[in-house]
Design a protein around this ligand. Structure first.
Ligand SMILES: C[S@@+](CC[C@H](N)C(=O)[O-])C[C@H]1O[C@@H](n2cnc3c(N)ncnc32)[C@H](O)[C@@H]1O
Length: 215
């Protein structure tokens, strides 16, 4: 018997997230999801698939999606969502830093609102790079740190230091420089748009939506 994965369990956050995505998902986020996966084809790995909100957006050219989700309740929801999807989606247990694929097996890796929560961004990005074929794409939609020196950034740092947001939000950190981390992991960013999204006063308004290539 394989050892069970020591993944995160966030009973309250996972239920709240699934509810909001099912009933209250903002139109802007739905459109962001559509653009995030537009043009993809072949084998796609979605890391931290949550309740499966990306699934309706995958284009028909995608032959299969391996949707990795470590949180048990969200994984259950994702399995149900996969049954209704137009493309073949296999939902599996796993962690961003230990993906269940061989080297170079994937044509694309998709992350949406996940790199804020992984314990080690560099390890997660190195693993995404490992499973991508040369020329394969990392597609990302992530909330990120505000520019250094701004009031908004100081607010984010305060929020992270307090630990309360992370505790309530499934480990989410708000002041991560995810765009820089993607470049530092050796990806070549081909497109990156800054998107302001979410209610004023929240520390998670600045997002990056991008595509980066594994050389
Ligand atoms: C805010 S939710 C986003 C879910 C989904 N990607 C979406 O866009 O709706 C964050 C997700 O990241 C997952 N996650 C957190 N840590 C992870 C890790 N180390 N490896 C893989 N997924 C992780 C959580 O279980 C959760 O599904």
């Amino acid at each position: 018997m394989p050892e069970p994965l020591a993944g995160p369990s966030h009973p309250l956050f996972s239920r709240a997230w699934a509810f909001v995505m099912r009933r209250l998902e903002p139109q802007q986020l739905r459109e962001g999801r559509e653009q995030l996966v537009a043009g993809l084809a072949g084998t796609v790995v979605e890391v931290g698939a949550g309740s499966g909100s990306m699934f309706p957006h995958y284009p028909r050219e995608v032959a299969r999606v391996i949707a990795v989700e470590p949180e048990p309740y969200l994984r259950e929801q994702a399995i149900a969502a996969a049954a209704d999807a137009a493309v073949a989606i296999e939902v599996v247990d796993g962690m961003a830093d230990a993906l269940p694929l061989g080297d170079g097996e994937a044509d694309a890796v998709v992350v949406s609102l996940v790199l804020c929560s992984v314990p080690d961004q560099a390890a997660a990005l190195a693993e995404a790079r490992r499973v991508l074929r040369p020329g394969g794409e990392l597609r990302y939609y992530e909330h990120v740190a505000e520019p250094r020196g701004t009031r908004a950034r100081r607010y984010q740092e305060l929020v992270d230091r307090s630990g309360l947001w992370a505790r309530a939000g499934g480990g989410c950190r708000v002041a991560r420089e995810t765009g820089d981390a993607i470049r530092a992991a050796g990806f070549v960013v081909e497109r990156e748009d800054e998107v302001m999204f979410g209610p004023r006063g929240t520390p998670v308004r600045r997002h990056l939506a991008g595509a980066a290539v594994r050389p």
